[in-house]
Every structure is written in C-alpha cells, then in structure tokens.
Design a protein around this ligand. Structure first.
Ligand SMILES: Nc1nc2c(ncn2[C@@H]2O[C@H](COP(=O)(O)OP(=O)(O)OP(=O)(O)O)[C@@H](O)[C@H]2O)c(=O)[nH]1
Ligand SMILES: [Zn+2]
Length: 331
C-alpha cells in the first residue's frame, strides 16, 4: 500500500489545528499537561469528592490524593472506582473509570441524565410524622431504587413524637412496604438507642439518604457521622478546595466500614422521566402480573380483565400503590 503524500497546504492546516488544540489545552487549568511519572504504577482507588474538575481519590490504603482527570475518559463522579497514577506526593491523574455497578443521576437542563454518584448499594428513604409524609414521594423513591438497582430501606424518624395508638396508626399506614420486601425501620434521633439496627444495616454498603425537607436528613447525617467535620477537613486539605467540598457530592466513611454519599444534590434527587414498562417494573409487587391483563398496554384503570386491579380487589396489592402508579403514569 502506498502512503498518500500530504500537500504543503494540508500539512500547514494540520499544524494550525494542532497549535490551536495546544493553546486550548493550556488555557484549561483543569486539564493536566504534566507527563505521567513513567515509574508510577497505575493504582485503583475511589473518587470521594468531585468538585468541578478537582477530585479527591482515596487509595486502597485510605490515603487521599488530589487528582485531575485525563481527558476523554468520561466524567468521574463521587463513588466511582477509578484507575489513577501518582504524579507527585499527594497528587495524581485519573486515567480510567472502572465499570459502575449503579449510577444515581438527574436530568440536566437539556434533559440528559447527569450522573451524581456511582456504585451505591442503598437508598435510605426517610419519612417522619412531621412533615406529613407523602406516599406518592415514597413510591417515586422506591421506583427510582428499583430502576437504579439499589436496595431501598424505609426509615420512619421522629417516632418520639408519637405514642400508643398514634404510633401504631402511623406505622400501619406503611405496613404494605415490609409485606412487599422493603425493610422498614422506626427511629428517633432524640433516642439514640433506636439507631442500632439502621447503623448495622449500613455496614459494608454505599448509602445515600433522601426524603422531603424537614424529615431529619441533616440530623441523621450528624448522628451517623460524628466525625464529619474532621472528614471534611481532611478532604478539603486533599483537594485544596477549602470548605467548598460540602456542596460537592462527598463520600464519607461510616464507623462500621460503610460509606455514605451526601450532598445537597444527592439529597434532593428525584425520579426522572420513565416509560410505562419501566414504571411497572419499578412497582416490584406488580411484576408477577406482567402480561396477565387483557390489554398489553393496560393502565390498570378502567380496562376489563385487569390482573392488577384483580390483585388489589383480592388484597394482594395495596390500593395506594396502584393509585400512585396511575398518578406517576399520568405525570
Ligand atoms: N422530635 C424530633 N425532632 C427531630 C428528630 N430528628 C430531627 N428532628 C428535628 O426536625 C427538624 C428538621 O431536621 P433536619 O435534620 O434539618 O431535616 P432535613 O431533612 O435535613 O431538612 P432539609 O435540610 O430542609 O432537607 C429539626 O428541627 C430537627 O431538630 C427526631 O427524631 N425527633
Ligand atoms: Zn391491568
């Protein structure tokens, strides 16, 4: 095969493009032009803070490094397992993102899914007697958990506010969740002893905490991370970003070997757009009835021979779950 010779003009054009690219890279402080240390071995680690282009990566020995990411590897997010290489004592370059087991994302301004956190295994959905809980919101979180592929735990906080019959009545409103396999716990941050089961359940997991405003998310984070300020201090030092890290998604270490990913964005995460089939999959107790309605696109509303409504009539599916499914379908 003969090599095609480039004309002088083509060579000049390529030189111009290369020069422009070099200038563009130089004007981007977030892109590392430093040569990698040829001696440094690639290592694995976890992104524990992402703040713009700045990352804090924790190596397998628990040491923190301020890293920037190589171009064209995608966007590492908090919780990502990555391959990285040391370029200085406390600095490195992330060279690859390892495959994610799960991703929590939210739509950006153009409707594209923007990852917020990766590799989480637990979604802790917090409710409380005050503010008045919304079963509709709880079901949205549960659908999101099913879609992402993480286990959800429903946690009722502020149980100190209720006793006797009121407490039983409150718990009964959510009795259908344990029936369909969602772990449900009742706690009070005013009574620290009530937290033991939750703390044990988060060990070895990568968790995020969600719930409506005022249910006690900040208070629970404080209880779960008594050394949060110390951790923030270490992370800020690692990224050189000062206190900004609290607004960025941050992966904290729980005392029991687990991790908690937290940030205002992660806490206010909501279910994005989802199609009918996806929604139906998100209601786990509906799955045995998939394909059993007379109409393939049954909305389980007024249609004849609807297997889901039949299951509701027989007490096998909670009516509020069907109502929330329909509400979400129409949303
Ligand atoms: N009685 C009682 N009050 C609680 C408990 N947990 C939290 N609170 C109170 O509930 C209020 C709201 O708690 P936060 O932790 O700020 O709630 P949040 O979910 O972080 O709220 P946002 O920041 O608005 O999302 C505070 O006044 C807490 O002191 C509890 O177990 N019992
Ligand atoms: Zn149906």
């Amino acid at each position: 095969m003969t090599k095609r010779r480039l004309s002088e003009r083509q060579i000049e054009r390529i030189r111009t493009i290369q020069e422009r690219r070099r200038q563009r890279l130089e004007s981007r402080p977030d892109i590392v032009l430093t040569e990698l240390d040829a001696e440094a071995e690639p290592e694995e680690g976890r992104v524990v803070v992402r703040h713009g282009a700045n990352l804090a990566v924790e190596d397998n020995g628990g040491h923190l490094f301020h890293c920037l990411s190589r171009q064209n590897i995608g966007h590492p997010v908090c919780g990502d397992r990555v391959v990285w290489q040391r370029i200085a004592d406390e600095q490195g370059v992330v060279t690859a993102i390892l495959p994610r087991t799960t991703v929590l994302s939210r739509p950006d301004f153009n409707g594209y899914a923007k990852p917020l956190a990766a590799n989480l295994t637990r979604l802790v959905v917090l409710i409380a007697p005050e503010p008045e809980p919304s079963g509709y919101l709880v079901d949205q979180y549960l659908v999101a958990a099913e879609t992402i592929g993480v286990e959800a735990v429903l946690v009722g906080n502020k149980m100190d506010l209720l006793d006797g019959a009121a407490r039983t009545a409150f718990q009964n409103r959510f009795a259908h969740y344990p029936t369909i396999g969602y772990r449900t716990l009742w706690i009070s941050l005013r009574e620290p002893d009530t937290l033991a089961t939750l703390i044990a359940g988060l060990a070895g997991e990568v968790s995020v905490l969600v719930g409506q405003s005022g249910v006690g998310k900040s208070s629970l984070v404080k209880a779960l991370l008594p050394d949060r300020d110390i951790q923030i201090g270490l992370l800020s030092k690692a990224t050189g970003l000062g206190r900004h890290t609290t607004s960025a998604a941050t992966c904290y270490r729980l005392t029991g070997e687990g991790l908690l990913i937290d940030s205002p964005g992660v806490r206010s995460f909501r279910l994005g757009t989802i199609d009918r089939a996806g929604l139906q999959q998100g209601f786990r107790e509906f799955r045995p009835y998939t394909g059993q309605c007379r109409f393939a696109d049954c909305r389980h509303d007024q249609e004849p021979d609807c297997a889901i409504r039949q299951a509701v009539a027989e007490g096998l599916i909670a009516p509020e779950r069907l109502a929330n499914f329909q509400h979400l379908l129409g949303a």
